[in-house]
Design a protein around this ligand. Sequence first.
Ligand code: MN
Length: 149
Amino acid sequence: MTLDKYRSKRDFKKTPEPEGEQPVVGKSRFVVQKHQARSLHYDFRLEMEGVLKSWAVPRGLPLEQGIRRLAVQVEDHPVDYIDFAGEIPSGEYGAGTVEIWDKGEFTLERKDPDLWEITLFGEKLSGSYALIHTDGNNWLVIKRKAKSE
Ligand code: MN
């Protein structure tokens, strides 16, 4: 189903009505940035709707099936951030070292408000993952069994 007709009738700069989520077709990019800040965590970012949807994952995304990890959603980041690696100076927000831990593409198979299903095509991370919203900013990220298993 397309929202083109709905959108064509409205100027979303003037109406408070929702524009609706952009359908995601084909592959988009993801990154995992290892961030050695005050505490080590992994920033997981999905390129979506012109921004990077972002989560801080204290223990990193699971590499093995059935493992679940806490992922705390943080503010959307600009798409340019996908390539960022380097030193954030001490005294600045997130001060510490950022390195690209993994990157690649993903497909979005399902996007319900509290359940997203994605497939990652990275160097380290590959296969089917679920993102499950639990409460507040808290999500769980789970590596799922492949469909053939
Ligand atoms: Mn971070």
